[in-house]
Design a binder for this molecule. Structure first.
Ligand code: PBG
Length: 324
């Protein structure tokens, strides 16, 4: 008997039925950058992505809801930065004002989550506070994260994207939230967060002031085992969800974490992944829509349950179109 696997690829209807992975718009989350300036600012290295004034949230939330995506992840670009990132803990800081507004606008089926890290708020651009020698001080940074977690929870954030890569941060934030009665505020731990060149355009997106790098806290791209260890530690510390980041160059890590994790596993398709496809498409070297959908599909295939993507709304719209 001939074995003919091509039978399942012979025409569109059977190809569709034979797909092992379908992208569900409800599992996409859109990262949003909010600025204190009054006008939206284009982000040069991420064509199509903008820093938005708070007023734009109305339209963004409306589009998010009609596209059927699952939520927003808010990042703030404060006008004032200092050594300890005071705008991160000030209830009137831009992040918390944006969170309050987004929660007012969003109906119950749109998750409003917020980044929990100091890098947008410090004048040196690091994810934590520095010791006298200029190194990132783990425990002092975690203290600051506790305060930021509380400010974010009070503003109405429903999920904290803990992205600073300090040891013990998840346990400390969980403790702080419980102590203050925020038992339902979830923790999304950026567990396996690699020190990646693919965050390059993001630094542009938040007007990062960083000189140097984050290799003393983010993971070495060479290390798979260490990524799994970080994910396990975060699960043990009480993370509700663990994440692998970036996505596309770390699909092996994502796969492995998805296999052992007892909590949901999400992935972040980062700025560089966005910009590479946009640039190649703009040059006519790649088909934009199919490249975006293929990249997203590969992340789900590797085991992500939810993906943070700058294409979230557009991809959701394409999927709705295809399903009609
Ligand atoms: C930290 C944070 C970063 C990203 C998400 N959260 C920047 C970094 O670690 O340098 C990168 C996201 C992206 O590149 O799209 N606040």
């Amino acid at each position: 008997m001939d074995i003919r696997p091509r039978r399942l690829r012979a025409h569109p209807a059977i190809r569709r039925l034979n797909a092992e992975v379908h992208i569900d718009p409800a599992t996409l989350i859109l990262p949003v950058f909010v600025t204190e300036r009054s006008e939206a600012q284009p982000i040069e290295s991420m064509p199509g992505v903008w820093q938005h004034p708070i007023e734009d949230l109305e339209q963004i939330v409306a589009e998010a809801q009609s596209s059927g995506i699952g939520g927003l992840m808010i990042f703030a670009v404060p006008a004032h930065r200092d050594a300890t990132g005071s705008q991160a803990v000030d209830p009137e800081g831009i992040l918390h004002r944006a969170t309050r507004r987004a929660r007012e606008l969003a109906a119950d089926n749109l998750l409003i989550s917020t980044d929990l890290c100091l890098d947008e708020f410090t004048d040196h651009g690091h994810c934590g506070v520095l010791d006298e020698a200029g190194n990132v001080d783990n425990d002092a940074s975690v203290e600051r994260y506790r305060q930021m977690a509380l400010a974010s929870a009070r503003a109405g954030s429903q999920m904290l994207g803990v992205s600073g890569m300090m040891d013990g941060q998840v346990a400390a934030i969980r403790d702080e939230l419980e102590t203050h009665g925020f038992v339902d505020v979830a923790i999304l731990a950026y567990s396996a967060k690699y020190a990646s060149s693919f965050y390059g355009p993001f630094r542009d997106a938040v007007d990062s002031t960083l000189t140097g790098d984050r290799r003393s806290y983010q993971l070495n791209p060479a290390n798979r085992r260490e990524g799994l260890r970080e994910a396990q530690l975060d699960i043990d510390e009480g993370a509700d969800v663990v994440m692998v980041k970036p996505a596309m160059s770390y699909l092996d890590v994502l796969r492995d974490v998805a296999q052992f994790s007892e909590v949901p596993v999400w992935a972040y398709q980062v700025s560089g992944e966005y910009s590479m496809i946009e640039a190649a498409a703009a040059s006519g070297w790649i088909d934009r829509r199919s490249a975006v959908l293929e990249a997203l599909t590969s992340i789900y295939r590797a085991g992500a349950q939810v993906v943070l993507s700058y294409w979230a709304i557009e991809a959701a719209t394409w999927i709705q179109e295809e399903n009609r």
